[in-house]
Design a protein around this ligand. Structure first.
Ligand SMILES: Nc1ncnc2c1ncn2[C@@H]1O[C@H](COP(=O)(O)OP(=O)(O)OP(=O)(O)O)[C@@H](O)[C@H]1O
Length: 306
């Protein structure tokens, strides 16, 4: 349904998106997973016609974006990273405002707003001013605004940033319900838990390039070990991590006093010996099944989150 081919974009000569291609079938939730600055928003901004492309082709079904921006916009709903609502208006009036921008006839718009508010669980709060809403509720209204013109594809740019875990769950439920109704969704995030929960297929993106894509199972097959070892220390300096890395010759990431080592249980004794030699006091050891974070580490040598 969605075909993106050899897409590129530079800002002042620096490539933010570099020859990116992917295909998405109707009804999929496709995840774009990558750290801050990887190029996710730039891809979505090109797909939503906000930014012109430098190179490449974007198509939904047979409709190519270039030369058909107006028609293309009708197919796409966009949930931007920033909440874009009028705080002093009610949720209902915000949606009327957005619906009018899309030129939706008023009777149809009324019905559509009712259906969407019901679906996102905010019908009973429709008259309340947006400024009285929680962050999660504002996000849900932002999603509602993107759905008013009944798009075939929904582009969501990190829709859970700055939201508490409970509201986050509520948003996931809305996304899953929309997907069940047949909506195709592109979801960007730097949280692996979110793509693990929501997405059928995932593209891992780093420095403007897609470095791997597939189902979670397919991505797991791309790395040598299906486990990693997580060690917690009383204290851990960068210097000690470097020394340990030299001794073990295994990939590892440090987060404060915790070290995740790309290795299996077979290497555990060797790891413990190396830690002892460096006088590193281990507080806790855990064997972890591979996840998207360790896959990202394995493919890039970096961690997903700053
Ligand atoms: N308007 C701009 N002018 C110059 N550089 C930009 C502009 N927008 C983005 N960039 C750069 O392009 C690269 C990709 O940015 P982009 O916002 O697409 O990444 P992202 O993966 O969406 O990250 P984030 O989650 O932080 O938004 C980054 O290096 C960023 O600094």
């Amino acid at each position: 349904m969605i075909h993106v081919t050899n897409l590129s974009k530079s800002y002042s000569g620096v490539k933010a998106v570099n020859n990116v291609s992917f295909e998405i079938a109707k009804g999929e939730i496709f995840g774009l997973l990558g750290p801050n600055g990887a190029g996710k928003s730039t891809i979505l901004n090109m797909m939503s016609t906000v930014l012109p492309t430098d190179e490449g082709i974007i198509k939904v079904d047979d409709l190519q974006l270039n030369g058909n921006a107006k028609k293309f916009k009708q197919l796409i709903g966009v949930v931007p990273q920033e909440i874009s609502l009028y705080e002093e208006l009610s949720a209902y009036d915000n949606l009327v405002f957005w619906g009018n921008l899309y030129g939706i006839p008023s009777k149809e718009l009324k019905e559509r707003i009712h259906t969407i508010l019901e679906m996102i669980g905010l019908l009973d709060r429709k008259k309340d001013l947006v400024k009285t809403y929680s962050g999660g509720m504002k996000r849900r209204i932002n999603i509602a605004a993107a759905l008013l013109h009944n798009p075939k594809v929904l582009l969501m740019d990190e829709p859970t940033v700055g939201i508490d875990p409970q509201s986050r769950n509520h948003i996931f439920e809305v996304i899953e319900a929309l997907n069940k109704q047949g909506l195709t969704i592109i979801y960007t995030t730097h949280y692996m838990e979110e793509v693990e929960r929501l997405c059928n297929r995932i593209a891992i993106i780093d420095s403007g390039k897609i470095i791997a894509q597939g189902t979670q199972e397919e991505l797991k097959q791309l790395v040598p070990t299906q486990e990693s070892i997580q060690l917690e220390f009383a204290l851990l300096s960068e210097n000690q991590v470097t020394q340990l890395g030299e001794k073990l010759n295994l990939r590892m990431i440090q987060r404060e006093n915790t070290l995740t080592i790309e290795s299996s249980v077979k290497e555990l004794s060797q790891i413990i010996i190396a830690c002892n030699e460096l006088n590193l006091a281990i507080k806790d050891i855990q064997l972890q099944k591979i996840n998207l974070e360790t896959i990202f580490l394995s493919l890039t040598g970096k961690q997903l989150r700053d």
